[in-house]
Design a protein around this ligand. Sequence first.
Ligand code: UDP
Length: 350
Amino acid sequence: MSHRIVTVVGARPQFIKAAALSRALAGDAAIEELLVHTGQHFDDNMSQVFFRELMMPAPHFNLDIHGGPHGQMTGRMLEAMEQVLLDTRPALVVVYGDTNSTLAGALAAAKLHIPVAHVEAGLRSFNRRMPEEVNRVLIDHLSALLFCPTFEAVRHLRNEGISAGVHHTGDIMYDATLHARSAALHQSDILARLALASGGYVLCTLHRSENTDSEARLAALLGHVREVAGALPVVLPLHPRTRQVLAAGNIDTTGLRLLEPVGYFDMHALLGGAAHVLTDSGGVQKEAYFHRVPCVTLRDDTEWTETLTAGWNRLWTEPAYVTPRVDIAEYGDGGAAIKMAALLKAFLDD
Ligand code: UDP
């Protein structure tokens, strides 16, 4: 019997994760996957570049919804997603992570009694002022299948009374990293283009609204980045939101090499050669660990707490410390997408 799945993506990290799962699903002729792009990220270097590099098919639906306050954006996506689901009538909807696109996809499906599979379920920063945290909690409570990247995530769900449909699969970003890291070896020349020596620079990314909403906060974080970098140059591929804030404000960017956002293979080449990574990104914190590069997280909390415990990551609010750096087994072995594909198939066949 053939099953139709609708996959909802909209933001940069979701293209990356969806590419890994789509690859695993593609081998199964009994599954038809339709891709919906909400349009949340739409610039070539925030969206299409990932489709090209990761050889993803063009989305079947592009909702072209971006900008505006959270409620408005999510509301418009909810309305459009409902129509897509009414038109396509899938057996299951797959959503990724914690963005407004994820919430709109999950909520539209749940209201139509279509089961939802949540990739990256159970993460908690316990900071409800972050829009992503609000989204995570709601999406997990709407989902029938919950794919957890860590055992800690499984525990968080259990503490909220969710145990049915919960699976520890490992982290799909690790699968994506293994793929990109080897592709970067022969498909990226960014270190040569930027005249950077391996081990001779610091890589930084900053884009979360909690850091970019206030110029004072952004300036303080960039001050910390310079302090950690010392004499090393700092390379900073800029998210469009951060570029806007820097342009509008009077923030000192001396000593920072500001770039446009880079493609995924260039990003892995930059990660692999960095002496340190400083970031407020969820994905980049872990990718730093996957490359075994020490990371400073430019937030006051993180949902990837095991990277802190293992000594590969520290919050910028913590003093610099030296801890034994241990390996983290629970992110899996790079086979998370294969496990998820098998679980989806079993759920649909049931
Ligand atoms: N990334 C990229 N180019 C960049 C910055 C980030 O390819 O210029 C990748 C990065 O390697 C990671 C993902 O985008 O896989 C993270 O996305 P982002 O930081 O936007 O979101 P978050 O992980 O915080 O949800």
